[in-house]
Write a protein that binds this ligand. Sequence first.
Ligand code: BG6
Length: 282
Amino acid sequence: MVTFDKLSNGFEYIAVQNTSATAKIALQGAHLFHYCKTNQEPLLWLSDISYYEQGKAIRGGIPICWPWFGFHKDKTLPQHGFARTSMWEFVGSSEPDAKTSSVSFRLQHSDETLKMWNHRFDLELKITISDSLKLELKTTNLDDKEFTITQALHTYFAVSDISKVSVSGLDKKPYLDALTLKQEIQNGDIFFSSEVDRVYQEVDGELILRDKNREISIMNSCSYSVVVWNPWVEKTKKMSAMREDAYKNMLCIESSNAYDDAVVIKSDCSHTLGAIINCHKE
Ligand code: BG6
C-alpha cells in the first residue's frame, strides 16, 4: 500500500507498507528516511533531532547528492548539490505482488536550478521496497551538449556500535583520504576507531557491512566509487541535527560516482546509478 502522509508541520512524505517491509520517502529530496523489514530493526540511521523543513536536508536515511558530491568550488552553492533540498514530483507507484512496492519521483531543471547549475536535465529516482531495497537514480541530459555530474546515494546505515563493525569488499582499492587529502590503498577490511572520510575508487564488487546480529550487502551498478564516512567524536559536535554521541550508531557507505569517477553524459543520453541493499539477520 502506498499512501500520502504529512508531519504535523505539513512536511509531506509517501508511506509504503507491504508484507516484506515499511518505508517512508519525503517529497523534499525524494529522501528515503525509513526502511524496515517486517520483524526487523530499521536498516537506516535517522537522527532523532533531524530537521523536517523546507530547504534543510534530513539527517539520516538516504539523501540524494546531485549534481555534485561534496563541496562546490563556488562556496555560495550548497554542499552535495541541490537535489536533496529540492521538492520532487511524485510520478507514481506499482505493486506487482504483495511483497513489492515501487515508487518513482522526478526532478527537472527550473529557473532556480539553472542559476546554480546551468544545464537542462531530467532526474528520476525509482525506489523498490521489498525484502531488499533497490534505488535507481537516472539522469537524462536534455541539453544540446554534454555535462558532467558527481553524485551519491548517501546511505546512513544504523549500526549497533561503530567500534565493533567492519566493512569488507574494498581490500586493495585506492582511496582519497578526505581528511589528509592523500591517496592511500586499503589493506584488508575497514574498522573504525577514529574519524573516517574516504572516497574509494575502482570499486567493482559487493560490499559487506558486518554488525553484531546482521550482515548488510550493498551491490552498486554504474558506480565505481564508494564513500565511507563516520564523523567520530569531534566532527559530530560540529554537525547540524546530530546528537554528540550519534556517531556511535551510524555509518555512511555511499554508492557514488565521485572524485575520479565523475560521469560525462552526452546530449539526449542517460546514466543510471543503482544500488541493491540486502540485510541478513544471523
Ligand atoms: C559525507 C562527506 O559524504 O557527507 C563528509 O564525505 C560530510 O565530508 C558528510 O561531512 C555530511 O555532509 P552534510 O552536508 O550532510 O553535513
